[in-house]
Design a binder for this molecule. Structure first.
Ligand code: HEC
Length: 180
């Protein structure tokens, strides 16, 4: 009797665990789909700022910013596994800020031109969304730019995204490497 009851609770527990796993996977998948859908509809996906860091870069001359490249879970998984081409549902984002000398930090170092930090947001937020069927004409990636939270009005700049990224076709159109 005791053994049967224990068996029953084990079966129940296993059932609960399985439901949990299914629920978990479904939420993760639908969140990815939600983010691509929202971006395509012209909205910043909530939470993109909390995506994981892939690397940072500094652009000089007229771009003059300091930037971070972030990825959703699918992107990070592929980067860590060194998997290319990136799987469907990968989203990679580029955020950027003005590049500022920090007088406050310099005082601590006792030296000028020592510390440079991120200032105000600059040059918009960019996304690349992998959906090979939907974006077949641009190498399987959709290109998006938001300025002040709204899709950019700079149609000319949008025409330049794919031709420039196409130079990195051998890297699945992505420039940034994972900074270990
Ligand atoms: C003249 C070339 C050029 C153009 C045009 C360009 N990019 Fe990029 N993009 C780059 C380079 C180089 C990087 C690597 C990081 C850096 O130095 O800024 C990059 C990085 C990115 C990233 C991070 C993933 C990666 O490839 O490293 C995204 C997302 C992105 N660009 C989107 C866009 C979008 C959207 C547009 C059009 C509005 C665009 N880019 C136009 C050259 C370009």
């Amino acid at each position: 009797m005791f053994r049967r009851r224990r068996l029953l609770s084990l079966v129940l527990l296993a059932g609960l665990a399985a439901t949990g796993i299914v629920a978990c996977t479904t939420t993760a998948t639908s969140r990815v789909d939600d983010a691509s859908r929202l971006i395509d509809e012209g909205q910043l996906p909530p939470g993109y700022r909390d995506w994981k860091l892939i690397s940072v870069a500094r652009e000089e001359n007229e771009i003059d910013d300091i930037r971070a490249v972030l990825g959703n879970d699918t992107a990070l998984h592929a980067y860590r596994q060194e998997k290319r081409p990136f799987p469907e549902g990968t989203i990679i984002s580029r955020i950027a800020w003005s590049y500022e000398a920090s007088e406050e930090n310099n005082k601590v170092f006792g030296r000028s031109r020592q510390s440079f930090v991120a200032g105000h947001p600059k040059n918009g937020v960019q996304f690349m969304v992998k959906d090979s069927a939907k974006y077949a004409s641009t190498g399987g990636w959709g290109y998006f730019q938001f300025d002040d939270g709204k899709p950019t009005k700079d149609a000319k700049a949008m025409q330049n995204c794919f031709p420039c990224h196409a130079k990195f076709e051998a890297h699945d159109y992505i420039f940034t490497n994972y900074a270990r």
